[in-house]
Ligand binder design. Sequence first.
Ligand code: NAD
Length: 439
Amino acid sequence: MRVTVAGSGYVGLVAGACLADTGNDVIGYDIDEAKVEELNNGHIPIFEPGLAELITANRRAGRLRFTTNLVEAMEHAHAIFICIGTAPNPDGSADLSGIFSFAEVMAPEVRRPLPVAIKSTVPVGTGERVEQIIRGKAKHPVHLISNPEFLKEGSAVADFQRPERVVIGYEDAEAAEPIRELYVPFVRNQHPILMMGRKAAEMAKYACNGILASRISFINEIANLCDACGIDVDDVRRAMGTDGRIGFQFLYPGAGYGGSCFPKDVQALVHTAEANGVEPRMLSATHATNEDQKHVLFRKIESRFGAGVNGMTFAVWGIAFKPNTDDIREGSALTLIRDLLGAGAKIHAHDQEALVHLRKEFGERVTYCDQSYQALEGADALVICTEWNDFRSPDFDRVKALLGQPVVFDGRNLYDPKTMRRYGFEYHPIGKPVVMPGE
Ligand SMILES: NC(=O)c1ccc[n+]([C@@H]2O[C@H](COP(=O)([O-])OP(=O)(O)OC[C@H]3O[C@@H](n4cnc5c(N)ncnc54)[C@H](O)[C@@H]3O)[C@@H](O)[C@H]2O)c1
C-alpha cells in the first residue's frame, strides 16, 4: 500500500521503516527541513537499536523516502499515519497545534477517499475534531482512525514488529479495514488486533501509561519509606513481585521516570479528567510523587556533603531517560544537574548517546565526556542516572582510583551492596541501607 507518515520523529521513523519493510511504499513527511535533508542523505537523526539498518535497507530498496513537500506526500497517500509530537502545554494539557495545523494544510490536498490514523497520543475526542477539520476542506471522504502507539524507546523497532497488541479505534468499520490490513504481517504470532470505538482507543493509550507510571511512583514512595525505616526495598519487591497478581514489571525504584511519554501523558490525563468533572486523585499523586523523586539523588548528596557540595565535582553516568535511547526529555539526570549546578557543583557528564542533546541544554556549564572513566578524572563522587548495560560491571578498582572520594550515588540500584563494600566504596542506593567503607 502507498502510505504517508506525517512526522518523522521516534514514532514516525519507526512506523515508516517497519511498514516499508513489509513491502509498503512509504513517504515520511515532516516540516523540519534540516531533519528531512539529513534523512535523505542517509543520516538517521535519532538513536534507536536496529532503526538505522532498517531505514538504510528500505531506502535502498526504493520503498522509503522523506519529503517536506506536502503535495508530493498527499499525491502518494492511500493511507496516512499522523505521528506528530504532542508536547505538553504549560497547563499540562496536550499541545495539539502540530496535528491541527497538519490537518488544515493537508485537507485541500486529499486526492482520494482515505483513512487517516492518528498514532500520536491524543486526548479523547481529538479524532473527531481532526476529522471535522479535514472534512471541512477535503474533496473526498476521509475517516479518522485512532491507532495509538505502544512502542518503547530503546526497543521501538522490535516492539513495532512484534506488538503485544494493536489497538484500532474507528467510527466506520469499513474505513478502518486498510489500517487493520497493514498490521496483519506484524501479528502472525496471534497477538490480537483490538478493534474498538475511536474514543475508547484514545483513552486506552493514556490508561496504559497512567498505570505504568503509577506503579513506578508507588514503588518509589515505598523505597523512600524503606530508606526512612532502614529496610532494603529489594526484600519488599521480591515479596511483592512474586505475587502473580502484582508481578515485577515497573516496580524498580529509582530517581523517577522521564521521557517524552509518561510525564506528559499523566498530566494530559489529569487535564482530561478535570475537564470532564472527574477528580484525578491517583493520577495527580503519581505526577507529584515523580516530580519530587527526581530530586532524590540531590537530597542524598546534600545530606551527605551539606554546604560542601559548593565547589565539588560530580561525575554523572547516564543522561538519557533510559538506556538504549538518546532521548533526554524530562529525564531525572536533567533535574540532578540543575540541582547540582544550582548548589555550586561542577559536572562531568557521560552518556553513550545523549551528550549532543545535553550540550544543547547546558552549553558550557557542563563538561562532556565521551568515555565513562574520563568523567571520573578530577571528580569527587560518582552519580548514576541511567542503567546503561556497560555501567553494570565496571572496573571498580579503576573507578575507586580515579574518584577523589570513593562515593557512589546510584539512582538505578545497579550494584550489589556486598560488592561495593568489598571494593571499599561508600554506596548510596535508593530504598536500601547506605554502605559505609569498613563497616
Ligand atoms: N516516543 C515514544 O516513545 C512514543 C511512544 C508512543 C507514542 N508516542 C506519541 O507519538 C507522538 C510523536 O512522538 P515522537 O516521540 O515521535 O515525537 P518527536 O518529537 O520525536 O517527533 C515529532 C515529529 O513531528 C514533526 N512535526 C511537527 N509538526 C508537524 C507538522 N505540522 N507536520 C508534519 N510534521 C510535524 C516534528 O518535526 C518531529 O519530527 C507523540 O504524541 C507521542 O506522545 C511516542
